[in-house]
Ligand binder design. Structure first.
Ligand code: GAP
Length: 545
């Protein structure tokens, strides 16, 4: 039976990744280790570019976001407060026939160890009842390795941001609304890692926790909470306004993130959205929109359309995280807002009562849902009353909007999106199919190939090396003098290099009017034109930034 097309596409992508050094299986010489992947020379550059573009867009290009780089191992108390120790688990079943271990919700979709035909097999063996399997990797800190020394590799980068919220607030001179961004490794002992790097056990995240005022505070200060209508993808994203509530901020961040993807070559047509239903939402979340990418393995929905698989989730997480850390650490996580205190004093009594009541109800709901076993309803009511009384003093716990993206999934999306094949037939009727990786120049691992026409002509080589050295401080350049020029172009096409610059005899002045010009060749259409060396840098920088 013919393999489904999407599987062939994935096989081609996996094979290209190994052949060209994008992604290798971790520990391959020892047979590999399931769920772990290494990035080769081209993959490492691609990944670095993506992380840098994200960091740039999310922090340096904005006044309202500061960065953080925290440790992977943190106090285990953090994971108790966040709920990960108690609830970060997947339902797991064992197969009594093949002894495989699966996520209960994925049985039937996954490869069976006994039938290793790669993508389509299914195990029909009897399964054990499902049981919870905590996804956090556990380790010990210190030499005694007792129960008291247990620590975890972080399963998300977000919690360090919450734990360091006060330090960043105090040192960055930021005021709510503002965000804290972090890029880094995360670890999850996934029951069934699959779809190449899509679900790995070690991966990287790019997370922003954007802290905002609760809607009751916005209403107290501005009289009403502004919302956004439908956004026009062709118009600039609206400038944030002080009277935005959580819904406007959530919508804004979804749109900003989509535009980020567009800016690195993933058009809106390749993306999809999933708005989590109330049943899917975490109990503290008010909304979560997943941005999806249509991967070759993404399934067709009932209507025949492919919606895609998750690239990023943008969640409105209420004040849950900071509240939890306040409760578990005993350290205040709230902020003081002069504007709120001044505005509150001027509100009519009925408005104060109304806002107080709503804030009180929200706090009581949160405190009730996350109550420790020894907390009584009276204690909860007292705490909620204290919290609501804080409004008059200008105090509140910020809410958060969280755009959380996976680096590895984005790399896989960029590779899948870039992959194309070109078949050329020569004069003798012989056809050859080559791979063209159409990366956006911003993410392309190599920005420009510098090629002397011939490697045995010292004048050409000298000039080509001078061009390489001119460009090198500003971009990743690949110098290649091996093989025919056609072969060298083909190699760069496969690496996704958007431009190749060839130094030929005209560069040296064979035709005097062409002295110090080079041929620039465009990867996607193979077109070539001549450009002065003195104009090369500006031209290339305008394309790759
Ligand atoms: N702080 C929120 C959070 O971690 P998540 O939806 O569990 O939310 C965010 O993860 C993103 O991290 C996902 O959208 C995905 O891109 C990436 N991610 C999660 N688990 C992953 C895995 N096992 N392998 C690769 N990427 C993963």
């Amino acid at each position: 039976m013919a393999e489904p097309k999407e599987n062939l596409q994935m096989e081609k992508i996996v094979s290209l990744c190994k052949r060209r050094g994008f992604v290798f299986q971790s520990s391959e010489i020892y047979g590999g280790i399931n769920g772990f992947w290494d990035y080769g020379p081209l993959g490492a550059e691609l990944k670095r570019n993506v992380k840098e573009l994200w960091w740039n867009a999310m922090t340096r290009q904005r006044d309202d976001v500061a960065g953080l780089e925290a440790t992977i191992i943190m106090s285990p108390e953090i994971w108790k407060a966040s709920g990960h120790v108690a609830t970060f688990s997947d339902p797991m079943v064992d197969c009594k026939t093949c002894k495989g271990r699966f996520r209960a919700d994925q049985v039937g979709e996954i490869p069976c160890p006994q039938k290793p035909s790669k993508f389509v097999s299914e195990c029909h063996g009897e399964k054990t009842p499902a049981r919870a399997f905590n996804l956090m990797f556990q380790t010990y800190v210190g030499p005694t390795a007792t129960e008291a020394d247990i620590a975890y590799l972080r399963p998300e980068t977000a919690q360090a941001i919450f734990a360091q919220f006060k330090n960043v607030l105090e040192t960055s001179r930021q005021k709510v609304p503002f965000g804290i961004a972090q890029v880094g490794k995360a670890f999850r002992n996934e029951v069934t890692p699959r779809n190449f790097t899509f679900r790995s056990r070690e991966f990287e995240q790019m997370e922003l926790e954007f802290f905002i005022k609760p809607d009751e505070v916005i209403e107290a200060i501005h009289g009403a909470v502004a919302t956004l209508g439908a956004l026009d993808p062709k118009a600039p994203t609206p400038e944030p306004r002080p009277d935005w509530g959580w819904q406007a901020w959530h919508q804004y961040w979804v749109e900003e993130r989509v535009r980020f993807y567009e800016g690195i070559g993933l058009s809106r047509e390749t993306l999809g959205f999933h708005h989590q239903t109330p049943a899917e939402l975490a109990h503290y979340a008010r909304a979560c929109t997943d941005i999806l990418f249509k991967f070759p393995f993404s399934k067709k929905a009932a209507d025949g359309n492919v919606t895609g698989d998750e690239l990023e989730g943008i969640a409105a997480r209420s004040d849950f995280d900071l509240s939890q850390h306040q409760r578990f650490s005993g350290k205040p996580m709230g902020v003081f807002d002069d504007e709120l205190r001044a505005a509150w004093a001027k509100l009519p009594k009925e408005k104060q009562d109304d806002l107080w009541r709503r804030y009180y109800e929200n706090r009581k709901n949160y405190l009730t849902k996350s109550a420790k076993p020894d907390e009584t309803p009276e204690q909860i009511q007292k705490q909620a009353t204290d919290d609501a009384n804080g409004l008059a003093k200008g105090q509140y716990i910020p809410h958060v909007i969280e755009p959380s993206a996976g680096v590895d999934r984005l790399i896989l999306a960029l590779i899948a999106n870039a992959y194309s094949e070109v078949t050329k037939t020569d004069d003798k009727g012989k056809s050859e199919t080559t791979v063209l990786m159409k990366f956006h120049p911003r993410v392309a691992p190599v920005k420009v190939g510098v090629l002397p026409l011939l490697k045995n002509k010292p004048e050409l080589v000298k000039k080509a090396l001078a061009v390489r050295d001119l460009l090198r401080p500003w971009m990743n350049v690949f110098y290649d003098d091996g093989g025919s020029i056609g072969r060298r172009y083909a190699r760069q096409d496969e690496a996704g290099t958007p431009f190749c610059v060839t130094i030929d005899f005209d560069t040296l002045g064979e035709k005097p009017e062409l002295l110090d010009t080079v041929t620039i060749r465009y990867r996607d259409d193979g077109k070539q034109e001549r450009l002065k060396i003195s104009e090369l840098m500006d031209f290339l920088l305008s394309k790759i930034r």
